[in-house]
Design a binder for this molecule. Structure first.
Ligand SMILES: NC(=O)c1ccc[n+]([C@@H]2O[C@H](COP(=O)([O-])OP(=O)(O)OC[C@H]3O[C@@H](n4cnc5c(N)ncnc54)[C@H](O)[C@@H]3O)[C@@H](O)[C@H]2O)c1
Length: 109
């Protein structure tokens, strides 16, 4: 099981899909109340295709008390122990959404 921060963004959604392809579950964390990425349906499809567990929580990763509360919420729901955390939360001005293909190589399972 892996945690992806910034999971509503370009890198986060691509990495979540890559993790599903390797058989991992993913907890997605991002600021928005609900996932709004243009390719979020692809994330959901990848989870379903690989019989993986996908969950999404709204979280500002700079808010220490919110991080503790959110982890306390999702940890009991997991099928497997946490094996990795991919930090994609950040600020980006790149045009990756417009130019992306599937190019991320998964480095965690
Ligand atoms: N895309 C690239 O090719 C690339 C290359 C090198 C570095 N980066 C860096 O990686 C990071 C992610 O890139 P991206 O293209 O996915 O950007 P993105 O803007 O598509 O996604 C970033 C996500 O992080 C979230 N986020 C921002 N602050 C947050 C917070 N405090 N808590 C939780 N979530 C938060 C945003 O809501 C957004 O969904 C950026 O810092 C970027 O500069 C990106």
């Amino acid at each position: 099981m892996n945690i992806v921060t910034g999971a509503g963004g370009f890198l986060g959604t691509e990495l979540a899909q890559a993790i599903f392809e390797t058989g991992g579950d993913v907890v997605c964390l991002d600021l928005a109340a609900e996932p709004s990425a243009p390719n979020w349906k692809d994330v959901q499809t990848a989870a379903t295709t690989h019989s993986a567990q996908l969950s999404y929580y709204s979280l500002d990763v700079t808010n220490k008390s919110a991080v503790s509360a959110t982890f306390a919420t999702f940890l009991p729901t997991l099928r497997y122990p946490v094996r990795g955390l991919v930090a994609c939360a950040g600020l980006s001005r790149n045009p990756a959404w417009r130019t992306s293909g599937r190019g991320i190589i998964c480095c965690c399972g």
